[in-house]
Design a protein around this ligand. Structure first.
Ligand code: HSE
Length: 320
């Protein structure tokens, strides 16, 4: 136990989420967490933080015995996996937001968590500000989870809202999603459904305990949706949303996919607009529940990282 130690963070990545965390930590002194070093790829860029904070040498963070928590928000799958696995092996707790990396490596990461006896937390990797992983894992642990229906990608939901309600064309809406920091650096990951499928992959592990190979999930994105489709949908009192769905079948198997769907105006998910995400869960004992919150953006995603840092303290690993 390191309960006497304060959280000393080595941060990988200073993009939308990394900078968001830096600012959020300045406003939350009660967490007693500080960023000692930030590892970045491009040292020439102007950043709103002291130069001395930055390095391009990952070992300065991974081998520093004072750094007890690595926060990894670089969102490049293989380099992220390398950082996270080395950090765990070096005895550090790890918080990550790299959805693709987690979807591709979850069994190995859960194994490493056990063998190293460190924590690997990633609430920020799905639905940003909605504490969905913790709820699926803990709250519903012994409940009979019948079905989950969710919007898990903020950018596509933002684009559809802007196209159908504000009459922007697809490219304008996408540009706005990029400017606001919602979209991935390669936005085809959002538009073509890869990001939603990655999130759905590991959310299903937490919901149903199943491990799905990353390329096994049926999914599509919003790339083929046209402005005119909204008229067809509206005539039938529907919206169009990119929906991730899973249902437990009578034979015990789980049917799951991510596809654009018509959503009735009185459906909970019809309420989910712009970069918001929503999750509707139906279970045996708690019945129907609806989680709603911002699913993309700097502070909502940083808030989920912050909640993981708090969780490390609640595990009695760090100073209160
Ligand atoms: N590009 C992602 C989204 C960011 O739009 O949902 C949050 O994971």
């Amino acid at each position: 136990m390191d309960a006497h130690k304060s959280l000393t963070i080595g941060l990988f990545g200073f993009g939308v989420v990394g900078e968001g965390l830096y600012k959020v930590l300045q406003q939350t002194p009660s967490l007693k967490a500080s960023i000692k070093k930030v590892c970045i790829k491009n040292p020439g860029k102007k950043r709103n933080a002291p130069d001395a904070l930055f390095t391009t040498d990952k070992d300065e963070l991974l081998n520093d015995p004072e750094i007890n928590v690595i926060v990894e928000v670089i969102n490049e799958s293989e380099p992220a996996f390398e950082i996270v696995s080395t950090a765990l092996k070096n005895g550090k707790d790890v918080v990550s937001a790299s959805k693709k990396m987690i979807a591709e490596h979850l069994p190995e990461l859960l194994g490493l968590q056990k063998t190293t006896d460190r924590s690997f937390l990633y609430e920020a990797a799905a639905c940003a500000s909605i504490p969905v992983i913790r709820n699926l894992e803990e709250y519903y642990d012994n409940d009979l989870l019948h079905s989950i229906k969710a919007i898990v990608n903020g950018s596509t939901n933002f684009i559809l809202t802007k196209m159908f309600e504000d009459k922007l064309d697809f490219q304008q809406a996408l540009l706005l999603a990029q400017q606001l920091g919602f979209a991935e650096s390669d936005p085809t990951l959002d538009v073509e459904g890869f990001d939603a499928a990655n999130k759905w992959n590991f959310l299903l592990t937490h919901a149903y305990g199943i491990v799905i190979p990353p390329d096994a999930l049926v999914f599509n994105g919003i790339q083929n949706i046209q402005a005119g489709d909204a008229i067809v949908a509206a005539e039938k009192h529907n919206d169009i949303k990119l929906v991730a769905q899973a249902k437990k079948l009578e034979n015990g198997k789980v049917a799951a996919f991510v596809l654009p769907q018509f959503i009735k105006h009185d459906d909970h998910l019809a309420f989910v607009k712009n970069e918001y995400n929503g999750v509707v869960i139906e279970s045996g004992f708690s019945d129907k529940q609806f989680f709603y919150g911002k699913g993309a953006g700097s502070f909502p995603t940083a808030s989920a990282v912050l909640s993981d840092l708090s969780a490390l303290r609640y595990q009695y690993k760090y100073e209160y």
